[in-house]
Design a protein around this ligand. Structure first.
Ligand code: KIV
Length: 258
C-alpha cells in the first residue's frame, strides 16, 4: 500500500516548526529533477535562489539575474509539484518600488512560487508589507546581502560590530512587523544569530551563521560538491559529485573509444 500523501508545506507550517522546536532544513533547487529529489528526501522548504546566476548560469554574481530567468527556473521547479514550500528570490532591482515589488512577486507566483524572498530590512519594509498584503508569503534575508556584493566589495561576515548588531536587530524587527514568515541570516556571527533566533517570533534560517538558527539553508550544488571552483568556509561538501562525474564520463568515453 502507498503511504498517505504528505500535506503541502505552507508558510504557517514553517512558522509552526519553530514553535515546536523542530529544525527547518532548507535547500536550493533550480530545476525539475533537483526539486523532485529534495522533496523525496523530505526537505520542507525549497528555495529557487538567485544563486542560480552563479551556480547554473555562469554569472560572476547574483546582480545579473533577471526576472525572466527566475520565472523560467521557478516553472521547472514547480513542475515537480513538491510537497515542500517553493520560495523564489526576487532578483536584483526587481523590488525597488512597492509597485514593482508586488508586480514581480505576482509574476513569480504565477510561475509556481508559493512565497518570495528579497534582501534587506527597514529599507524594503513598505515593499514587504505590500507583498504580504497582496497575499504572498514573504521570507526575509539579512546579514551578508549577495545582491549588494559590488557595493560592499566582497562577502563579509556581519554582526561583529555593535552598530551592525543593532542594525540587524532593527531590520529583523521591521520584517516581523511587515509580516514576513521567516528570515534567512547569511554570514551573521553565530552569537548575534543566536540572539536573533531567541528574540524573533519567526524562524531564522541560517547560512554560515552558526548552529543556533531555527533552520539551515545551503546552495545544494555546494552541499553535493558539484562546484569545486568555488571554495566556501561555511560548507563542507558531503559528496564529491564533481570528481565522480568527471570519472564516470572519462570511463564511459574510454569504454566507447576502444
Ligand atoms: O540565492 C540563494 O541561493 C540564497 C541562499 C544562499 C539563501 O539566497
Amino acid at each position: 500500500m502507498n503511504p498517505p500523501p504528505k500535506a503541502k508545506v505552507t508558510s504557517e507550517a514553517i512558522r509552526s516548526m519553530k514553535q515546536r522546536g523542530e529544525k527547518i532544513p532548507s535547500l536550493t533547487a533550480y530545476d525539475f529533477p533537483m526539486a523532485r529529489l529534495l522533496d523525496q528526501a523530505g526537505i520542507p522548504l525549497i528555495l529557487v535562489g538567485d544563486s542560480l546566476g552563479m551556480v547554473v548560469l555562469g554569472y560572476p554574481d547574483t546582480t545579473h539575474v533577471t526576472m525572466a530567468e527566475m520565472e523560467h527556473h521557478v516553472r521547472a521547479v514547480a513542475r515537480a509539484k513538491p510537497t515542500a514550500m517553493v520560495v523564489a528570490d526576487l532578483p536584483y532591482r526587481s523590488y525597488e518600488t512597492v509597485e514593482a515589488a508586488v508586480d514581480n512577486a505576482k509574476r513569480l507566483v504565477a510561475a509556481g512560487a508559493e512565497g518570495v524572498k528579497a534582501e534587506g530590512g527597514r529599507l524594503i519594509q513598505p515593499q514587504v508589507r505590500a507583498i504580504v498584503e497582496s497575499g504572498i508569503p514573504f521570507l526575509g534575508h539579512l546579514g551578508m546581502l549577495p545582491q549588494h556584493v559590488l557595493e560592499e566589495g566582497g562577502y563579509r561576515v556581519k554582526g561583529k560590530r555593535e552598530a551592525e548588531q543593532q542594525a540587524l536587530l532593527a531590520d529583523a524587527d521591521a520584517l516581523v512587523e511587515a509580516g514576513a514568515f521567516g528570515v534567512v541570516l547569511e554570514l551573521v556571527t553565530p552569537l548575534v544569530a543566536k540572539e536573533m533566533t531567541a528574540r524573533l517570533p519567526i524562524p531564522t534560517i541560517g547560512i554560515g551563521s552558526g548552529q543556533d538558527c531555527d533552520g539551515q539553508i545551503l546552495v545544494t550544488p555546494d552541499l553535493l560538491g558539484m562546484l569545486p571552483w568555488f571554495s566556501l568556509k561555511h560548507v563542507k561538501p558531503k559528496l564529491n559529485a564533481a570528481d565522480q562525474m568527471r570519472a564516470v564520463v572519462k570511463e564511459w568515453k574510454e569504454a566507447i573509444s576502444k
